[in-house]
Write a protein that binds this ligand. Structure first.
Ligand code: BGC
Length: 357
């Protein structure tokens, strides 16, 4: 089994969060449709399960569907939810621009529409947005590279390579902008060198955040630019991409005593990546407590349906191309070898220690 397959397999096994996608219309206050992009990363399973539980606690049923990273499937699933008469839709789009028609029809039936984690763009039919501060995710990732550089006391410039998330996901752009705001001065001053010269998001983005795609781009970069030079850090936008990068780095000998791993960042605090941090293969990840996002979203759904004031904390920044969408931003947190136990186990209670062994 190659590393990517092992990763997918580990996800499936370690994911104790299996959520059925079947609808239950038993709850008296009505049903909320939840449309999420994929099951291949365990974070989306936690998102789904937490939201179903939070809505249930408020007396609502949920119709939870995963779209298998296929836009027509996602549109179909949402159309079915609309036809079945859901009261609200909570949607993390695969491609933020593709839902205008189906949302037009949902909105004409009075269905509330909440963009979840990923931004739905190019439509005025989005009522609210709940997400993590993605710009800050990028800042935290880039700061972990900068702080490792500063701590190392390096006399020579560091060679850095950049990866970004999927180009059709607005989060990828926010993360890229946040990280670049930290890294640019280091590139400008010559402290960091980008040997590949591949910096534009179009060049460095990994379609659908796919680990195997990242692995093959890293393979190409290593053979084209690093056969005799050392690579000191790789900015990976999330954990799935980091797994592909790590696998590629190991393939050319990094991670051995005489050739230590470059700094590798990530996002999502996925179990295989926390294990990689404990082993020393990955340096940091960004923990985003999806339980909190799900519970904030359930509040938004229910308050907007019952006419209560809806809690948001950003009414200015999220312009989807047609309107500014009132947004609730949850704070992300950097996790590394020094704080994973406290952040995720003892205080965070996101995982048990046994899951990370
Ligand atoms: C999410 C990340 C996730 C990525 C791939 C992004 O929109 O914010 O948490 O890693 O999608 O699923």
């Amino acid at each position: 089994m190659n590393t990517i397959k092992k990763f997918a397999f580990a996800m499936a096994v370690s994911c104790s969060l299996a959520v059925t996608s079947s609808a239950s219309f038993a709850q008296e206050k009505g049903t909320i449709g939840i449309s999420l992009p994929t099951k291949t990363e365990s974070r989306w399973m936690t998102d789904g399960q937490s939201m179903v539980a939070a809505l249930k606690a408020k007396g609502y049923a949920a119709d939870l569907q995963y779209a298998d990273y296929d836009v027509p499937t996602q549109v179909n699933q949402i159309e079915n939810m609309v036809t079945k008469g859901v009261k609200a839709l909570v949607i993390a789009p695969i491609d933020g621009k593709t839902l205008s028609d189906v949302l037009q029809s949902a909105s004409s039936r009075g269905i509330k529409i909440i963009s979840y984690d990923r931004f739905i763009t190019q439509t005025n039919k989005v009522d609210y947005y709940a997400t993590f501060d993605n710009y800050q995710v990028g800042v935290l990732q880039a700061q972990s590279i900068v702080s490792a550089y500063e701590k190392s006391g390096a006399k020579k410039p560091w060679n850095i390579e950049i990866f970004a998330g999927s180009i059709d996901d607005n989060n990828a752009h926010k993360i890229y902008a946040g990280g670049m705001s930290v890294l640019k001065p280091y590139f400008d001053s010559g402290k960091f060198v980008l040997k590949s010269k591949q910096a534009a998001i179009e060049k460095v983005s990994v379609y659908r955040w796919d680990g195997a795609t990242a692995q093959s781009r890293m393979d190409n970069l290593l053979s084209a630019f690093y056969s005799s030079a050392r690579l000191d850090a790789v900015w990976a936008p999330n954990d799935a991409v980091a797994i592909g990068i790590i696998s590629s780095l190991k393939g050319v000998g990094y991670g051995a005593p005489q050739q230590k791993m470059p700094i590798v960042t990530g996002q999502d605090a996925e179990i295989p990546n926390i294990k990689a941090i404990i082993r020393g293969d990955q340096t940091t990840t960004v923990f985003k407590d999806t339980r909190e996002l799900a519970s904030r979203t359930a509040d938004i759904v229910v308050d907007s349906l019952t006419g209560k004031p809806v809690q948001v904390n950003d009414t200015k920044s999220y312009n989807n191309g047609v309107k500014i969408v009132p947004t609730y931003l949850v704070k992300p947190m950097l996790v590394d070898a020094g704080n994973w136990k406290e952040a995720l186990v003892t205080r965070g209670r996101y995982y048990t220690e046994a899951q990370l062994k």
